[in-house]
Structures are given as C-alpha cells and as structure tokens.
Design a binder for this molecule. Sequence first.
Ligand SMILES: [Zn+2]
Ligand SMILES: [Zn+2]
Length: 347
Amino acid sequence: MLTVNAYAASSSDAPLEPVTITRRDLGPKDVLIEIKYSGICHSDIHTVRGEWGPIKHPLVVGHEIAGIVAEVGADVSRHAVGDRVGVGCMVNSCRECENCLASEEQYCLNGNTGTYGSVDADGTITQGGYSTHVVVDEDFVLRIPEALDLATAAPLLCAGITTYSPLRHWEAGPGKKVAVVGVGGLGHMAVKLAHAMGAEVTALSRSLSKKDDALRLGADHYFATGDPETFEKLKSSFDLIVNTVSAPIDLGAHLGLLRRNGTMVNVGAPAEPLPLRVFTLFSNRRSFAGSGIGGIRETQEMLDFCAEHGVSPDTELIDASYINEAWKRVLSSDVRYRFVIDAATFA
Ligand SMILES: [Zn+2]
Ligand SMILES: [Zn+2]
C-alpha cells in the first residue's frame, strides 16, 4: 500500500487538516494517478457536514481530480504512464444493470461507488481527491486532451459534466433558447457550454451584480430574478431552463418562463422539498426534471467538446492551507467561479 498526504475532516464541524492515508496496491485494472489539481465542489462541504446523510469521519473529499498517470496495473489498456487524466464523482459501478450497460453509470441501479464516502469493493470507504495520489479502476479514468490546461480541467469533472449532460439531453443548440438560473460554479459552466453549443443563452440571477460577468461568459441576455417584471417580460419564452441554484426558488414563477414543450431541469439540489402547482405544467405542456452528473462515455465527450471549443471554467488556484478559508468563501458565494487546489501543497 502507498501512504500519501491528504487533507481530511475529522468530524462534521472540524476544520480540514493535513493527514496521511493509504491507497490500495494496484490491481490488474488499476491506475495510480499523481494528482496535480483538485477542484472544490459545494458537495464536498455538504458531505463532510453530514447534510446529505451520516458519514464516517475522518473523510478526504474531492471529486474534481486532474493529474498524471504514475503507474498502471498489468491488464490496463486504456491509459499509460505519463498520460493526462481525470477522475470525477464516481470510481466504480455494477457494470451489469441496464443503466450501466447504457454507459449511464451515474444512474447505476445498484448504486455507483462515489469517489469519496462510498463503500468500495474491498469494504473500505473511498477517499477523494484532496490528496497527492489516488488509485482508480481504468474504466473510470478519463483522458484530458492536450488542449485543456490541467488546473482548469479539474472542475470539468463535476461542474462541467453536471451541466453538459442536461444541455445535451434536452438538445441545447442553434435555434434553442436556454436560460441558466444562478451564475455560480455550476451556472457559469452552463452558460459557457450552452453558448458553445450554439444556443441563445439567458442568464438569470437574483441581482444585476453578475451581469458583466455573465455576458463575458457567453450569455446573450441577462435578467435579475429579484425584479418581478423579469417574469412578465420572459413569460413562455425558453425551451430549456437549467436551474443550478441549490436553495429553494419560486418554482411556479420560473416554470412560467417555459414555452410550449419546454423543460426546466434541476442540477442544484435544495435539501427541502419544493412546492409545485401542477397546473403550471399543464400550460405549454411543461416538464420539470432533474439530472445527475453524467456517465463515463459522456464525461469523455464533454472533455473532448471543451478542448475543441476552448471551454474552461474560471478558477482561483489555491494552496491546501487555504482550503478552510476557501470553503467559507464557497458558502458565501464569494468565488468566481471555482477553487482549484494545487496538489503539490498537500505536504
Ligand atoms: Zn461536485
Ligand atoms: Zn449498474
């Protein structure tokens, strides 16, 4: 086993601190990755704090991993030493259910194995990317194209695929009007990706404070949802609304913005149930949907798409010692738009 440096939370309210953890010996299909960069996702914080259910501490989180292959198992064929690779939110799945067979492993009917906090095949709890190294089955390791910078590629593995997948599924593209609710870690990626796909993009945020940013990111229009007139002005106008906000919003008001056959898809995850007047869906035959990350095949497609179209997140590179401060800033939405940890500082 390999002993490596990491940052872990010892309890739900303790600050993260440097620790050492062990990574398993390489199995025949395993890849040892030297992590170069690790993104900070809001889910990391929810998980550590136990807000999404009880977890076992200490836990190393992080599921936006970019690095270099350092060693491969005897039967590895998809990756070689020196390759630029990434790992997202999953490190395994059953591979047998109908969703896995469709390469939609995120919806594995037997539950996929999360990159952190999941029970692994050997019974141990998976430990994530706030670390210098990780061992992952080659089938869950993605290729990072040369055209992508490794540091800014890291957040694509969660924020990128989480927004890419619904945009593709509901066919964002030329002639389609797409609205993105919330301009944060997920929302800024949704704006960039929808724009790169050729859709007409409208950014919706509480106030006008992010207007200049959103237009720079690729939005064609920007409106403040704090202004009730916005909902009159934009009534029945969008084919697709991607809601990236994880706090409760006025569902009825937002659904009213969908044109005929339009869909609003949630990728933000509010903890509380949301009230919904079903009559709102009758008008314009509207749909209200959800979407969770994306499968391995689609994640690779997303990385290749980003390389081809020059799409990358806006990031702030930090040292490991700044993680606790960065988490505070994530909670107060004070980051434009994703923190990335330099893994060389996990000393
Ligand atoms: Zn995430
Ligand atoms: Zn499965």
